[in-house]
Ligand binder design. Structure first.
Ligand SMILES: [Zn+2]
Length: 493
């Protein structure tokens, strides 16, 4: 199966089964915009919940929610007005627009000649309220990242944390980039969801992360910008050899890999690529992309981990005339030494930022979970989602659409749901067809009610991946589905 056909198959399944489809489809769609259907929204919500837990429970970070529209001052200070640009060319013949770095000398559509490249700002511009005759303050932009909302609130967040550094803040939400000519489906969107963490730390403390020992043995595949090949190396060694600049960056890169693995992205399709110096965003001191190896698109960035230095806090301090520097003693005992000889020493905290592109992660999950095989002359398509992200955890199916089986199945269905397990009930079509449908949407387990159920109150649980079935009593079903259901099939294999 060619890569293009595989992607088409995955996206065809995603459309047909209600994961993702083009926005405004009845009007012909608009490139760069997608909607999530019922199963896609459920999948996305699960990934976001796991992400939120990973950083709140796992790291002790707090979540905030800031506006998606930002006033001009914010993006003037952040550098986005001046620097958030792509070079654009226009075909002189058919007037199609392209990103200059995505095309050669001639228009791929008609062979026409291109205009001189022009700068194009990628922010969507809007107005707040009515337009005044002199413009000015009403000018606003849809945010290109959620991060700025966390930077402009830094003084309040610092107070909330009782003036103690380091601390981390997270945010999940929509962001917008007015891409010139997005032609890569869900990989390049004009409206998308970011999940970002901003970790504020004193610059001299970046070399020592208090929990570094927990991740130091994580093996990562790195592609540093000064090397031609990739290396496999532990985080500990990478930091010791200064391939990764410091422990804070190394720690958060390892945590990114752990999160991606946790939700089911295969680690053998992951690498971390360091940005070339001329490729780095205007705010970044150092930046690594976690990239997923896609069958269709090659290496695709799904998470960016940047050391933004003090770029943002110092820029907002200047623009807003609010001093966001902190006395170095904020860092506690270790920083006390740094204070000696300079009572008034203050610095801007540095920011380490893991920034996750949720939509691309969803694409990566769909592509890497998709599996096709022939079973008794029929094609079986499967999304091998891990249970923690599967939109439907359990399907409850009466073997046949007969009243006595249907009644019992509905009873079991309600009982499972009352235990907090998200289940779907399906009685339409042959049992084989219903299994295939559940396989396609990635449901890990099907519970089937048959005539034996009516005799002795037992049901079968079918495992999506092995297609094996085990029989359990209804009484122990919730506990099995909650807890050791996987081990039941591991032992039977
Ligand atoms: Zn053209």
């Amino acid at each position: 199966m060619t890569a293009a056909r595989r992607e088409d198959e995955v996206m065809e399944l995603a459309r047909r089964r209600g994961f993702i489809w083009a926005a405004f489809e009845i009007y012909g769609g608009a490139s760069g915009f997608f909607d999530y259907g019922p199963l896609g929204a459920a999948l996305k919500r699960k990934i976001e919940s796991l992400w939120r837990e990973f950083y709140t429970l796992g790291e002790g970070f707090y979540e905030i929610e800031t506006t998606t529209i930002g006033i001009r001052d914010v993006f003037d200070a952040s550098g986005h007005l001046e620097c958030f640009m792509d070079k654009m060319v226009e075909c002189k013949k058919c007037h199609s627009l392209f990103r200059a770095d995505h095309v050669g000398e001639r228009c791929p559509d008609c062979g026409g000649e291109f205009s001189e490249p022009q700068d194009f700002n990628l922010m969507f511009k809007t107005r707040i309220g009515a337009v005044t005759s002199v413009g000015g303050k009403s000018e606003a932009y849809l945010r290109p990242e959620t991060a700025q909302g966390m930077f402009v609130n830094f003084p309040r967040l610092l107070r909330f944390h009782r003036n103690k550094l380091p601390f981390g803040i997270i945010q999940i939400g929509r962001a917008y980039r007015n891409e010139i000519s997005p032609r890569q489906g869900i990989i390049r969107l004009r409206e998308f969801t970011l999940a970002e963490a901003e970790v504020f730390v004193l610059p001299h403390e970046k070399n020592k992360h208090p929990r570094f020992h927990e991740v130091e043995d994580v093996v990562m595949r790195l592609k540093p910008n000064y090397m031609d090949e990739e290396i496999e190396i532990t985080v500990k060694e990478a930091v010791e050899r200064k391939i990764i600049a410091h422990e804070y960056l190394g720690y958060h890169m390892a945590r990114v890999q752990q999160f991606l693995e946790k939700i089911g992205i295969p680690v053998e399709r992951l690498r971390f690529r360091q940005h070339e110096h001329d490729e780095m965003a205007h705010y970044a001191e150092d930046c690594w992309d976690a990239e997923f190896l896609s069958d269709r698109f090659g290496w695709v960035e799904i998470v960016g981990i940047a050391d933004r230095g003090d770029y943002d806090l110092s820029a907002h301090s200047r623009k807003a005339k609010v001093d966001m520097s902190v006395p170095v003693v904020t860092g506690g005992e270790e920083a006390e030494g740094a204070r000696e000889g300079n009572e008034n020493l203050s610095v801007f905290p540095h920011v380490i930022e893991p920034s996750y592109g949720i939509d691309r992660i969803i694409y990566a999950l769909l592509e890497s979970s998709f599996y096709k095989e022939e079973v008794r002359g029929e094609v079986r398509r499967v999304l091998r989602f891990k249970r923690c992200v599967a939109p439907v955890e359990v399907a409850v199916l009466p073997l046949l659409n007969r009243k006595e089986l249907v009644n019992k199945a509905k009873e079991v269905f309600q009982m499972i749901r009352s235990h907090g397990i998200f289940a779907e009930y399906d009685a339409s079509g042959s049992i084989g067809r219903r299994y295939r449908r559940q396989d396609e949407i990635g449901t890990p387990y099907c519970v089937t009610i048959d005539y034996e159920t009516l005799e002795n109150d037992t049901v079968t649980i079918r495992d999506r991946d092995s297609m094996k079935q085990v029989r359990v009593s209804i009484a122990e079903l919730p506990a099995k589905l909650r807890g050791d259901v996987e081990s039941m099939f591991t032992f039977s294999r």
